[in-house]
Design a protein around this ligand. Structure first.
Ligand SMILES: NC(=O)C1=CN([C@@H]2O[C@H](COP(=O)(O)OP(=O)(O)OC[C@H]3O[C@@H](n4cnc5c(N)ncnc54)[C@H](OP(=O)(O)O)[C@@H]3O)[C@@H](O)[C@H]2O)C=CC1
Ligand SMILES: O=C(O)CCC(=O)C(=O)O
Ligand SMILES: [Mg+2]
Length: 419
């Protein structure tokens, strides 16, 4: 395989995928990375340094990541030319090298380019956005008992209003669609038809089923107690309401769940442990207050794309903020890890922000490779740094007696605290 701009490291080998989707991971896997816009320049080098140190410490030089830079966002326009934000060879590399990691990418509000993050997820059909939310002892939190927040979000990543099918107010397309809706579909509820932009919200049974299947399987494999379908189905009946109905139907038909008290809640026995797993649902607005008041009631969360976006940042705040929140975009074979937060432009290049989101995304990557010893070292390094109260500005400003470290110095503290 030859690329135009991507340099393939001579020292590494690609990861391969077996027909059953399991990975064949060489000792020197080539891992593509996108540096990212804004604070990407701060956190990505720290992430690579920390992961390299963890792998070295865990395997004494026998294993090593061969990093391969690939390009998207502003850096891609510098490397490939003015209007190239997401080169085809970046998509090819993410697909063909199977496991990758990215920094955040800027999306302008209102006009300008569409989200490159959404484009990566859609074009590679990375249909699960997996965002675990856990508490690290000592992290400042607005909650009295932040350790009770322990949830894993499965956010549908390929459809919903987030797919970006929309037309600007006053455009010929918006006018044509509004005329069609009013003239041929009998729609009378568009309050200001002459000045409305229009967005479309596709939600399918196929998209819902594959997402909810993954969430339930995760609950089985990780011995979790419940899966909650979060939706706004009372208002958006045939999109969010259908998500709930299709999710419950899948739990019954594929996992043998039986109705509890006449339903719709249902439950089945975990085939691995015999323990009951409850499948339940909650309306999204109520959920946002319950995660603050009764976080212990929630475990694995399956939700639609936009809800998942909001819920990710809300839950992150409960355990210390989006500087601490990792994630992964997954298809059945390809995995692209990324932080939950964005490019935080006001901090770009200042070596200030918390790299933990990306470090913990890297920790998920190591675990995905089966390199659990190295993954555990990243966790212990972060735990040790927080316990020692040596933290970046976002945590320091909320802690008493803490020492404020730069982004890169925090990475060094994580390395020093491994073990
Ligand atoms: N997956 C992706 O690539 C994502 C990209 N984006 C994009 O990022 C851009 C900026 O979005 P914005 O809404 O400002 O959201 P951001 O997540 O970039 O930043 C919002 C605030 O969160 C805090 N924060 C973010 N990252 C960190 C960190 N690593 N350490 C400590 N604090 C952090 C900062 O808070 P404080 O000011 O209190 O210090 C920051 O001002 C947009 O273009 C958006 O589209 C957004 C989300 C995800
Ligand atoms: O694509 C973007 O710019 C924002 C994405 C986002 O907020 C997210 O995935 O959590
Ligand atoms: Mg978001």
């Amino acid at each position: 395989m030859a690329f135009e701009q991507i340099q393939i490291p001579a020292s590494g080998e690609p990861i391969r995928v077996n027909p059953d989707h399991s990975l064949v991971v060489p000792d020197h896997p080539i891992i593509p990375y996108i540096e990212g816009d804004g604070i990407g320049v701060d956190i990505s080098p720290v992430m690579m340094k920390v992961l390299d140190a963890a792998v070295d410490k865990a395997y004494g030089g026998q294993r090593q990541i061969a990093w391969m830079e690939i390009y998207a966002g502003e850096k891609a326009t510098r490397v490939y030319g003015d209007d190239v934000w997401l080169p085809d060879e970046t998509l090819e590399a993410v697909r063909d090298y199977v496991v990758s990691i990215k920094g955040p990418l800027t999306t302008p509000v209102s006009g300008g380019i569409r989200s490159l993050n959404v484009a990566l997820r859609q074009r590679l059909d990375l249909y699960v956005c997996l965002r675990p939310v856990r508490y690290f002892q000592g992290t400042p939190s607005p909650l009295k008992k932040p350790e009770e927040t322990d949830m894993v979000i499965f956010r549908e990543n390929s459809e919903d209003i987030y797919a970006g099918i929309e037309w600007q107010a006053g455009s010929p397309q918006a006018e044509q669609l509004i005329a069609f809706l009013r003239g041929e579909m009998g729609v009378t509820k568009i309050r200001f038809p002459d000045s409305s932009g229009i967005g479309i919200k596709p939600v399918s049974s196929e998209g819902t089923q594959r997402l909810v299947r993954k969430a339930i399987q995760y609950a089985i494999d990780n011995e979790r107690d419940s899966v909650t379908l979060v939706h706004k189905g009372n208002i958006m009946k045939f999109t969010e309401g259908a998500f709930k109905d299709w999710g419950y139907a899948l739990a019954r038909e594929e996992f043998g769940a039986e109705l509890l008290d006449g339903g719709p809640w249902c439950a089945f026995k975990n085939p691995k442990t015999g323990k009951e797993i409850i499948v339940k649902d909650v309306i999204a607005d109520a959920f946002l207050q319950q995660i603050l008041l009764r976080p212990k009631d929630y475990d694995v969360i399956a939700t639609l794309n936009l809800n998942g976006d909001y819920i990710s940042d809300a839950l992150a705040a409960q355990v210390g903020g989006i500087g601490m929140a990792p994630g992964a975009n997954l298809s059945d074979s390809v995995a692209m890890f990324e932080a939950t937060h964005g490019t935080a432009p006001k901090y770009a290049g200042k070596d200030q922000v918390n790299p933990s989101s990306l470090l913990l995304s890297g920790e998920m990557l190591l675990r995905h490779l089966g390199w659990t010893e190295a993954a555990d070292l990243v966790v212990s390094g972060i735990e040790g740094s927080i316990a020692a109260k040596t933290v970046t500005y976002d945590l320091e400003r909320l802690m008493e007696g803490a020492t404020k470290l730069s982004c890169s110095a925090f990475g060094d503290a994580v390395i020093a605290n491994m073990g």
